[in-house]
Design a protein around this ligand. Sequence first.
Ligand SMILES: CC(C)(COP(=O)(O)OP(=O)(O)OC[C@H]1O[C@@H](n2cnc3c(N)ncnc32)[C@H](O)[C@@H]1OP(=O)(O)O)[C@@H](O)C(=O)NCCC(=O)NCCS
Length: 189
Amino acid sequence: MLSRSLTDDAELRALEPWRAPEFAAHVAAAQEHLLRWLPWGASAAEVDGAEKLLQRYADAQARGEGRILGIWVGDKLVGGVLFRVWDQAMGNCELGVWLAPEAVGRGLITRASTEMIDWAFRVRGMHRVEWRCATGNTRSSAVARRLGMTKEGVLREAAPLHGVRHDIEVWAVLASEWPRSGLGIRPEA
Ligand SMILES: CC(C)(COP(=O)(O)OP(=O)(O)OC[C@H]1O[C@@H](n2cnc3c(N)ncnc32)[C@H](O)[C@@H]1OP(=O)(O)O)[C@@H](O)C(=O)NCCC(=O)NCCS
């Protein structure tokens, strides 16, 4: 897949190491919004850190163990989706997401996540896709819910971020539950 249309003006494309300068500039511009919830929000704002992160995902993808894709609106990188964890033998993976603040509220992440989950189940034969978010990250948990995931529990104080240990919600959807009739994608957008 080189690109996949999400809406009239938004596309999902491979986010490869050669795009590190563009990725770093995007993360730097959105940093205030991203830093609150993303552990890599600081390091990826520098080209060197961005390149390391993208290379790590490129290496994982070459091993068949994960991937990262960006979302572009026109020519502007505005966010992305990634498989942070991929365990083919166990059939489990974990999806992560982010958006620049100006791209929030359009359903882009719900759409992009739907493509990723569909690929994990239908193409790669995975059994379970997980979603983890801090308890206070209500926009993130709203996406998990919209995707038809079930909240399975809370890992208490599991993630230190900026000196605070956050409770982490674990959400998941199983291949046998996909796609759910309640999938919250509005077809008009
Ligand atoms: C988490 C994050 C990606 C969610 O972004 P989002 O824009 O709320 O999610 P979506 O792109 O799926 O958009 C959903 C919103 O668009 C609206 N929408 C508009 N058209 C839509 C459509 N066709 N389909 C679905 N939703 C649509 C929804 O109603 C919803 O808005 P609302 O919550 O105000 O009701 C974003 O808040 C973010 O980047 N946060 C910082 C980084 C982060 O927390 N990452 C996750 C770590 S766990």
